[in-house]
Design a protein around this ligand. Structure first.
Ligand code: GLC
Length: 597
C-alpha cells in the first residue's frame, strides 16, 4: 500500500492552478461556496438559475435524457448548462455528471459495453481500461465531464439487484479492474478529453443483509409504482466487522485513490446500523485522513434525506461527516438556505464549507475547467459516439465475457450447422443491455442501435441455416443444434432484489420443447447474476453465461465458435440446488484463430 503522502500528491495542482483555486475561494461569498457544493438534477433547474445560484454541478440521473436522446441533443442540452455557469458572477463552470456506467448508456446510439459482472469474467485490465477510455471519449463528446463510474461493489449475495454493477465477489478482481476503469476514464491527462471517474458506492457495498432494506430504503421508493415491495437488500445494512470491511471492501478504493480517482460517491447502505452518508469515521477519518483521498465526496441521489427525518439535522450530519457535494437533486433552494442557516448557527463551520469548496474547485482545476484556454468541447465531435471502433471493442468484450459453464462436446460450434434458435433474449438489444440503458431500468426490444446474438448467428451460419422463433412452439422439423436463450428482464437497483432466482416456468418449458426437436442443445443465460438452472441442466449439452453483453451481443457468437483466446471465468460463485461452481470456473473450449462473424 503506498504512503498517504504519495497518494495525495496525485491530486497536487501546479502552483499557478493552486493559486487560481485560492483566488476564487477568497473571492467567493458563502452562498457561492454553498452553490458549488450543490448538485441539481437537470430537470429541476434552468441555465439561468445555475448562473444565479453559482451551482457546482448538474446531473442526469438514469434516463435523464436531453431532447430526442441523441448525442447531439445531449451536447446542446449540456452546453446550455455549462454556458449558464459561465454567466455566474465568477464564471466557475459546472461539472455535468451522468451514469455512463457501461458506455454513455443514457444516450441513443452510444456504444453499450457489457455490464461490470461480464467484464469481471474477462479478468482483463487492459480491456477494461480501453472501455473506460472509449466511454470517456463518447461522454466528453456530449459535454459531460463526470461519470458516476466505476462501481466498486464486492457483491456477496446474488439476490441483490445491483450484483451486475460489481466486477466480482473477489476483491482482487474488483481492485484490478476498478483501477483500470478509472485510468481509462481519466486518461493520462485529465484535462485532455478526460472525464472524472467516481469510485462508488463507498464502502462495504455488496455485503448488505437480505431483508435489512425495509427500514432504510428511500421514502420515495414506495411511490415509484409500488417498487418498494422488491427492495429487500439494496440500501440495507452491512453487518460485517471492521476487519472484513477493511480487508474485502476497502482495497478497491485504496487502488482507486492510488490511481487518482477524482470523486467518491457515498453508499446508501448502513454499516452496523449507522448510515454511511453520515459516517464521519468512514468518510473523513478513513477515506480522507488515513487514505489521503484529496478529491471530493458526493452523496447519492437523495441519500441526504435518508439520514434523518429532520432535514436540517440531516444536512448538518452529512456535511460534517465529510460529504462535500450533495446530490440534492430537486430542491436546491432549500438545501442552500439550510446550509447557510447551519453556518450562522455554528452547527457547520466556515472551515468545513471552505474545505468542501476547495476540494471541488481543485477537482475542476485538475480537469482544466478553470483554464479558459482549455476548451475540450471544441476538440471533440459527436461522431465518436457509437463509432465502429468502439463497437468492435464492445463486441470483443462481449466475446471475452462469456463463461462456458458446461460443455458435453457440442462447443465449439462449426459453421456448417442447421440451428433451431429460440428465446426472446436471443434477439433483444434491451435485454442484452440490462438496466442503466437509455432509461433508468432499461427496457425490452430495439431500445438503441445494436446487434443481437441472433444477428451474430445469422452472420456466421447464413440466414437460411438459422430457424428462429421467440417461442419455438410451431417448430416441427428436427435440427442438428438448438440454441435457446433464457434471461432476466432488465431491472435496476433494489427493483432487482429477488429471493427466488430459478428460471420462470415458461422459459423451462421452452428449453424442454426445443430439446425434443434437436440433437444437441446449447443454453445461453442472459442475466445480471447467476440463476438457478437445475430445472434445465439435464437438458443442455452446454450452458454459457452471457451476463449482460451490451449492444454488440453478437460477440457471444464468437465465443460459441471458439474464436476467443482467453474465455471468461466465473466472477461470482454460481449456486445450484445440488452443486456450486466457484469463482474462476469455466470449461475450456477448443479455439479457432479468426473471429467467425
Ligand atoms: C442512483 C444510484 C447511483 C447513481 C445516482 C445518480 O440512485 O445509486 O449509482 O449514480 O443515483 O443517478
Amino acid at each position: 500500500m503506498t504512503s498517504t503522502k504519495h497518494r495525495s500528491q496525485r491530486y497536487q495542482l501546479s502552483e499557478a492552478r493552486q493559486a487560481e483555486v485560492e483566488r476564487l475561494l477568497a473571492a467567493m461569498t458563502r452562498r457561492e461556496k454553498i452553490g458549488q457544493m450543490t448538485q441539481v438534477e437537470y430537470g429541476s433547474i434552468t441555465p439561468d438559475q445555475v448562473a444565479e445560484w453559482a451551482i457546482g454541478s448538474v446531473l442526469s440521473g438514469g434516463g435523464g435524457n436531453h431532447g430526442d436522446g441523441s448525442a447531439s441533443a445531449w451536447r446542446d442540452g449540456v452546453s446550455a448548462f455549462v454556458a449558464g455557469s459561465h454567466r455566474s458572477r465568477l464564471g466557475v463552470p459546472i461539472l455535468y455528471g451522468t451514469d455512463a456506467v457501461h458506455g454513455h448508456s443514457n444516450v441513443l446510439g452510444a456504444t453499450i459495453f457489457p455490464h461490470n459482472i461480464g467484464l469481471g469474467a474477462t479478468r482483463d485490465p487492459d480491456l477494461v481500461r480501453a472501455i473506460g477510455r472509449a466511454s470517456a471519449l463518447e461522454t466528453a463528446a456530449t459535454g459531460a465531464r463526470w461519470s458516476f463510474a466505476p462501481c466498486l461493489a464486492v457483491p456477496q449475495d446474488p439476490r441483490w439487484g445491483r450484483t451486475y454493477e460489481g466486477f466480482s465477489e473477489d476483491p482482487r478482481v474488483v481492485t484490478a479492474l476498478g483501477r483500470a476503469a478509472i485510468e481509462g476514464w481519466q486518461g493520462d491527462q485529465l484535462e485532455r478529453a478526460g472525464v472524472l471517474a467516481c469510485a462508488k458506492h463507498y464502502v462495504g457495498e455488496g455485503a448488505m443483509v437480505w431483508g435489512s432494506a425495509g427500514s432504510h430504503r428511500h421514502p420515495w421508493i414506495d411511490w415509484w409504482d409500488g417498487w418498494g415491495a422488491e427492495w429487500q437488500i439494496d440500501q440495507g445494512d452491512i453487518a460485517i466487522d471492521e476487519y472484513t470491511l477493511r480487508s474485502r471492501h476497502l482495497p478497491p478504493f485504496i487502488a482507486a485513490i492510488d490511481a487518482g480517482v477524482a470523486t467518491v460517491m457515498a453508499c446508501y447502505a448502513s454499516w452496523q446500523g449507522q448510515r454511511i452518508h453520515a459516517h464521519r469515521y468512514l468518510l473523513s477519518d478513513v477515506l480522507k485522513d488515513e487514505l489521503g483521498f484529496a478529491g471530493f465526496v458526493v452523496s447519492d441521489w437523495m441519500g441526504l434525506e435518508q439520514v434523518d427525518a429532520d432535514y436540517t439535522t440531516a444536512v448538518e450530519r452529512v456535511i460534517n461527516a465529510g460529504v462535500d457535494m450533495v446530490m440534492v437533486p430537486f430542491d436546491f433552494r432549500r438545501f442552500i438556505a439550510t446550509v447557510d442557516d447551519l453556518v450562522d448557527q455554528g452547527r457547520l463551520t466556515q472551515l468545513r464549507i471552505d474545505d468542501a469548496t476547495r476540494r471541488i474547485l481543485t477537482t475542476k482545476a485538475r480537469l482544466g475547467l478553470l483554464d479558459p484556454r482549455n476548451d475540450v468541447e471544441a476538440a471533440t465531435s459527436v461522431d465518436v459516439v457509437g463509432c465502429a471502433e468502439h463497437r468492435a471493442l464492445a463486441r470483443r468484450a462481449a466475446a471475452a465475457s462469456a463463461v462456458v459453464l458446461t460443455n458435453n462436446g457440442v462447443l465449439p460450434l462449426v459453421s456448417e450447422t442447421a440451428v433451431l434458435a429460440a428465446g426472446q433474449a436471443l434477439d433483444d438489444v434491451g435485454i442484452s443491455c440490462g438496466g442503466w440503458t437509455i432509461e433508468w431500468a432499461g427496457g425490452q426490444g430495439p431500445i438503441t442501435e445494436g446487434r443481437t446474438i441472433l444477428d451474430g448467428l445469422r452472420a456466421v451460419l447464413g440466414a437460411n441455416a438459422v430457424t428462429y422463433s421467440r417461442g419455438a412452439t410451431e417448430q416441427t422439423e428436427r435440427r442438428a443444434v438448438g440454441i435457446v436463450a433464457v434471461h432476466e428482464l432488465p431491472y435496476v437497483e433494489g427493483g432487482g432484489d429477488r429471493a427466488d432466482l430459478r428460471l420462470p416456468e415458461d422459459q423451462v418449458a421452452l428449453v424442454r420443447h426445443v430439446r425434443r426437436h434437436v440433437d444437441r442443445l446449447v443454453v445461453l443465460v442472459v442475466s445480471g447474476r447467476p440463476l438457478v438452472l437445475d430445472a434445465i441442466a439435464g437438458d443442455a449439452d452446454a450452458i454459457v453465461a452471457c451476463w449482460l453483453p451490451g449492444s454488440q451481443a453478437d460477440g457471444i457468437v464468437d465465443a460459441l465458435f471458439g474464436a476467443v483466446a482467453d474465455p471468461g471465468q466465473l466472477p461470482i460463485r454460481w449456486k445450484h440446488e445440488s452443486t456450486t461452481w466457484s469463482v474462476g470456473h469455466n470449461v475450456p473450449v477448443a479455439t479457432h484463430t479468426a473471429e467467425v462473424c
